[in-house]
Design a protein around this ligand. Structure first.
Ligand SMILES: [Cu+2]
Length: 108
């Protein structure tokens, strides 16, 4: 997986249920990003958002795990156990989710 400025690119759009490892790489030259994993009720669901903070309400969204704040060029990994369903990967640095820094993945 790679993160570009205000976008997340996945190497696969679906994975098998069970142990899943996400390798996150911040491709940005000058912006800190992170990658948070949360379940989605449906592929087009919108996450609960805290307008004041400009961030997703992680507790309300259902926080599964994250690769916390990556400096530009830095990489990190997260291994989680996922059941079948739709999940969202998003960046919760203020403003980034609303700028489109998220993508979804299907777990089969
Ligand atoms: Cu970001």
């Amino acid at each position: 997986m790679a993160t570009a400025n205000m976008g997340i690119t996945l190497s696969a759009k679906s994975v098998n249920a069970g142990k899943v490892t996400f390798e996150a790489n911040n491709d940005s030259k000058d912006v800190v990003h992170e990658m948070v994993v949360a379940p989605l009720a449906s592929p087009d669901a919108i996450l609960p958002f805290n307008e004041g903070e400009g961030k997703v309400d992680e507790d309300a969204a259902g926080h599964i795990g994250e690769v916390a704040e990556l400096e530009p060029g830095q990489s990190g990994a997260l291994t989680v156990n996922l059941k079948p369903g739709t999940y969202i990967l998003y960046c919760n640095i203020p403003g980034h989710y609303m700028a489109g820094m998220w993508t979804t993945i299907e777990v089969k």
